[in-house]
Design a protein around this ligand. Structure first.
Ligand code: NAP
Length: 272
């Protein structure tokens, strides 16, 4: 059975719209360069803002901007009391270090929840702004009443914005987590053991039917594009058919991620 993100997105959208009527909510998305793949995502953020009454500004800095100039611009946004949230759109041009720029954002305006301060809070199990995509995964499991507690969770992909914080969050939900990556040996042995398998690799159709069990629930976080420009996930369609439940791509986690970004902005704005 395929599972979708639309209902969860709509529920969060209503909460955000209600909050925006009572509190000034505004965020700025900083784009550097002209990466076409991120344009649809940024447009989706703008649309969500328009639909909820949240002010979303989009700043386009030129691809040739220096790291110091980019930091200078982010610091201006940090000081601007009219800006509650800041998001740095990736990928960045190769001469810029994402880790440095993300941490130049005021941690109290970090709508993505990926500043070291917020990731530190996650590890030490303190309340704080959590990364939007891992939150979207947890929201999807909860919406479909899929227990995490006591379950074997296998996450394939350990990036600092996705797989690694998700592993912490799944552990906080009392799942037993295996975090896999490109050096994992016998990956199929790990994925086949999972009750909940999360694919966050960035390779189309990477998880094949032989790597999953019939009883498992699969959350496909991957966003890839095939040769016809069609969006596809990391999990092969036949693997999804084999599993008990699997999230759709498109229409799954990606739909919720944008909503979780705005949910973070709501939390930030209401706590000011
Ligand atoms: P990333 O930074 O490129 O990380 C990819 C991870 O996959 C790495 O940890 C890498 O291992 C692992 N990996 C690569 N090849 C592997 C292999 N052969 N076997 C096992 N593991 C392997 O990517 P990301 O930013 O986390 O994104 C992952 C995917 O999620 C992408 O498709 C991205 O577009 C998508 N995404 C979706 C959303 C959403 O809202 N749905 C949001 C963000 C990202 P190493 O650490 O060993 O290199």
């Amino acid at each position: 059975m395929l599972i979708y993100g639309k209902e969860i997105r709509e529920k969060i959208k209503q909460d955000v719209a209600r909050a925006a009527q009572q509190t000034d909510m505004s965020m700025v998305v900083v784009r550097i360069g002209d990466d076409k793949s991120s344009l649809a995502y940024v447009n989706g953020i703008k649309k969500f803002g328009d639909e909820t009454g949240v002010k979303v500004g989009i700043t386009n800095l030129s691809a040739g901007v220096s790291q110091e100039e980019a930091i200078g611009y982010i610091e201006e946004l940090n000081r601007d009391p009219g800006v509650n949230g800041i998001m740095l759109q990736t990928p960045l041009p190769a001469h810029l270090q994402a880790g440095v720029l993300v941490n130049a954002v005021d941690c109290h305006k970090d709508v993505e929840g990926i500043h070291n301060f917020n990731l530190g809070k996650l590890i030490s199990k303190q309340a704080g702004i959590q990364p939007a995509t891992p939150r979207a995964v947890i929201s999807m499991l909860k919406h479909y009443s899929i227990d995490i507690e006591g379950r074997k969770v296998c996450i394939v992909g350990r990036s600092a914005i996705l797989g690694s914080p998700l592993a912490m969050m799944m552990s906080s939900e009392n799942g037993t987590v295996t975090l896999c990556h490109s050096r994992t040996r016998n990956l199929g042995d790990e994925t086949r053991r999972a009750d909940i398998l999360v694919a966050a690799v960035g390779k189309a159709g990477f998880i094949t039917p032989d790597m999953v069990r019939e009883e498992s629930v699969i959350i496909d976080v991957g966003i890839n594009f095939d040769e016809n420009g069609r969006m596809v996930g990391d999990v092969h369609e036949e693997a999804k058919t084999k599993a008990r439940m699997a999230s759709a791509v498109p229409g799954g986690v990606g739909l919720i991620t944008v909503a979780e970004l705005f949910n973070n902005l709501r939390i930030i704005s209401q706590s000011r």
